[in-house]
Design a binder for this molecule. Structure first.
Ligand SMILES: NC(=O)c1ccc[n+]([C@@H]2O[C@H](COP(=O)([O-])OP(=O)(O)OC[C@H]3O[C@@H](n4cnc5c(N)ncnc54)[C@H](O)[C@@H]3O)[C@@H](O)[C@H]2O)c1
Length: 415
């Protein structure tokens, strides 16, 4: 059986989140696209929002009538409570494809996974469910996503995309397909495992580099050395890498090292650097709280935390280390509020939402600038003037606010 004719391709994208929706919108410029998501409210919203787009159709399950010949899977790959890979979303979406697949169809996975997931878990599942023959009756590709939500410059069409396929014909087909939408070009990995490993290594590398800076921050704090000045000096060397200390959260960087660790341990190797980097990054929320509290002689203070998302200018709170900061404040019975114009109260965990403030109102002993959202950067002067008590503390967690000429009663701290 051959891969079905390129021109006629009808694409079904499963999982319309941060990755799937932009991908579906881009493909819908060239192909008929069916977007599938189990989240009914998302589908309802998208049906309204994109009703003018004649190439784009939305459903909560795969429509047999649509008759797709390419399936692209962009579902979450989180961790379970033992910090092990939770492949249930990938498995469930693969099963739903198996119920609809026909001879000659192609399935492309885009979710971030440990190397081997596609060939060791997903392809055997498809074979078992459909009794079809891999690389003869059905075809599989893997192409990791690199988009960066909130980033206006690096958008899907101008980010080079790594692609792979189960055989050369599939790879060429995948190349042609993504070539339509990715103007920056594609990189053909020789195997699916290489493509899977490349994505996970990109994210592990970032986690480790930040963890090294975090560890340096912890050391220099003890030595009473200002790390931002250390970085300014060190970065004048041509090959010093430009990483800063910070909170590492989100659905990717704080999760993917555990995926690689899991597969590595299964293969008999206990990763040392990856694990210790993770441990350091996991400690930083507590460090932010302790460093803030150390500036006061008693616990009778009130704190406002600005921003709770895992990074600036997006609404994603998954694995946000700022939520961890709030939980620590809660546990320590510190009086606090938090504010985030990107997050609606109903999306927040119940135990924290009562401390959510929509607008700035009170005065505080300490302001923790946790996320440099553009709204906070714009209102910086107003915030300092109106929200701080006479003797107070500002924590610029990401060192992005460039606070200068502060009143001498205001103590500025950084990581
Ligand atoms: N968010 C990012 O910046 C980013 C970047 C690169 C790679 N990734 C990877 O891409 C994958 C998707 O991430 P995301 O951030 O888009 O996730 P997301 O949670 O924003 O979106 C996933 C969507 O899949 C839906 N879904 C779950 N199970 C389904 C099923 N069985 N059938 C249909 N829909 C289903 C969910 O309802 C959700 O809307 C993950 O593996 C992630 O690691 C994410």
């Amino acid at each position: 059986m051959k891969l079905n004719n390129f021109k006629k391709k009808r694409i079904c994208i499963i999982g319309l989140g941060y990755v799937g929706l932009p991908l579906a919108l881009e493909f819908s410029k060239y192909f008929k696209v069916l977007g599938v998501d189990i989240d009914k409210s998302k589908i309802k919203t998208f049906k309204k929002k994109y009703k003018e787009n004649m190439n784009f159709q939305f459903e909560t399950k795969i429509e047999r009538k649509f008759n797709p010949d390419v399936y692209i899977i962009t579902v979450p790959t989180p961790l379970n409570n033992q910090k092990k890979p939770d492949l249930s979303f990938l498995i469930n979406s693969t099963i739903s494809v198996c119920e609809n697949i026909k001879l000659g169809d192609l399935i492309i996975y885009e979710s971030t996974v440990y190397p081997g997931t596609t060939e060791e878990v997903l392809i055997p599942l498809i074979i078992k469910k459909t009794k079809m023959v891999y690389n003869k009756d059905f075809f599989v590709g893997y192409s990791p996503e690199r988009i960066n939500p909130g980033d206006k410059k690096n958008r899907l069409p101008n980010i080079k995309k790594v692609i792979s396929g189960g055989n050369l014909k599939t790879l060429n087909f995948v190349k042609k397909l993504y070539g339509k939408i990715i103007k920056a070009g594609t990189h053909s990995a020789p195997t699916i495992k290489v493509a899977e490993a490349s994505k996970i290594l990109e994210n592990v590398q970032r986690d480790i580099n930040i963890s090294l800076m975090n560890e340096a921050a912890l050391i220099f704090d003890k030595l009473k050395i200002d790390i931002s000045e250390v970085l300014r000096a060190a970065s004048t060397k041509w090959n010093f890498l430009n990483f800063k200390p910070g909170l590492v959260g989100g659905h990717c960087i704080s999760v993917d090292p555990y995926y690689l660790k899991y597969r590595s341990e299964k293969a008999g190797y206990q990763p040392a650097v990856i694990s210790s980097g993770r441990n350091v990054n996991e400690k930083m929320a507590l460090y932010v709280v302790n460093k803030t509290l150390k500036s006061f002689s008693n616990k009778k203070i009130n704190i406002c935390v600005l921003g709770v998302t895992y990074k600036e200018n997006c609404s994603d709170i998954r694995n946000s280390q700022v939520l961890k900061i709030l939980n620590i404040l809660e546990r320590k019975k510190i009086n606090y509020n938090f504010i985030d114009p990107h997050v609606s109260k109903k999306k927040l965990p119940k135990n924290l939402s009562k401390k959510y403030k929509k607008n700035f109102s009170s005065k505080y002993d300490a302001l923790i600038f946790a996320v440099p959202h553009k709204e906070f950067l714009k209102k910086k002067k107003y915030i300092i003037k109106n929200l701080l008590k006479k003797k107070s503390v500002i924590f610029d967690v990401k060192d992005q606010f460039n606070f200068k000429n502060l009143n001498k009663n205001i103590k500025l701290i950084k990581l």
